[in-house]
Design a protein around this ligand. Sequence first.
Ligand code: NAP
Length: 311
Amino acid sequence: MSENIHDTVILGTGCAGLTAAIYSARANLKPLVLEGHEPGGQLSITTLVENFPGWPEGIQGPELIENMRKQASRFGAEFRMGHLATADLTKHPFALNLGHETVHARTLIIASGASARWLGLPSEQALIGHGVSSCATCDGFFFSGKEIAVIGGGDSAMEEALFLTRFATKVTLIHRREHFRASRIMLDRAIAHPKIEFLTNTVVEEVLGVESKEVRGLRLMDTKTGVESVLDVSGVFLGIGHIPNASMFAGQLDLDEDGYIKTHNYVFTRVPGVFACGDVQDRRYRQAVTAAGTGCMAALEVEKYLEEHGH
Ligand code: NAP
């Protein structure tokens, strides 16, 4: 069986996974990289990335991801479609069940990311990247001088709304309830901001503009009265939370109360040989460059681990 054991398997092809792939492939570890549900991760659904160092004019998210992928392939990373169904991390080598096959790995790098939570409306899904976004720091700039909406009632929504006031002429924060989950300080800041208006007890029924391929407004409903209305906006930002893709490790790794993998020394999990990097373990920074940074760390730790274990 030894020829079927991979030195390292990387879960995920976002910024963290691909950086781990570049480093481990260049170290001649021939990583097996599993694409997962959302190949390319969150960058693949953004447009212009202007804050990734080294691209003074910015670079399109999908192009940045494609470049990283080519870089990893050049050094011998093997990419495979598929995602992890279950994993047995109790024995070495680890057994990773992909549904149709089981692969064995001496080390595992989990870079499965976090997925933005969406409302789930067909019109919202159709307009992602055309005025619907879940990342204010990525896309806020494109709404300079425009009116936009932010959905959500937690800290993320407040943070996005406050950030977006730098660009937008007006930000309408839409929340489905009367009470907010956001911390008092964030909420107070948003309430005090002259550019932010609040609509509570309000849900989005439809994002308008599917035919024209750009957001033209929102059809809203007041949950108390049932009265519908239309809000004219050019953009809508979802701030309703992220879901880390780590539930398949529940019981085997330590997860925090929101399901993020708990790490120590940046990328170590509680199981020796299993490392986690990027948004699946980072609820704080969630940036492409920080994901790449921890991806690099995970790959370096894998090298060290294999060396220490005589491989
Ligand atoms: P969160 O606290 O879980 O809030 C999510 C919000 O989205 C809630 O108001 C929720 O409404 C709403 N929501 C969820 N699903 C919805 C749906 N389908 N339709 C409409 N609204 C929906 O998530 P978060 O704001 O991302 O924060 C996550 C954690 O990170 C929190 O612990 C937060 O404090 C922290 N964080 C901190 C900062 C900061 O301090 N700077 C910034 C960002 C995040 P309901 O209230 O009705 O459930």
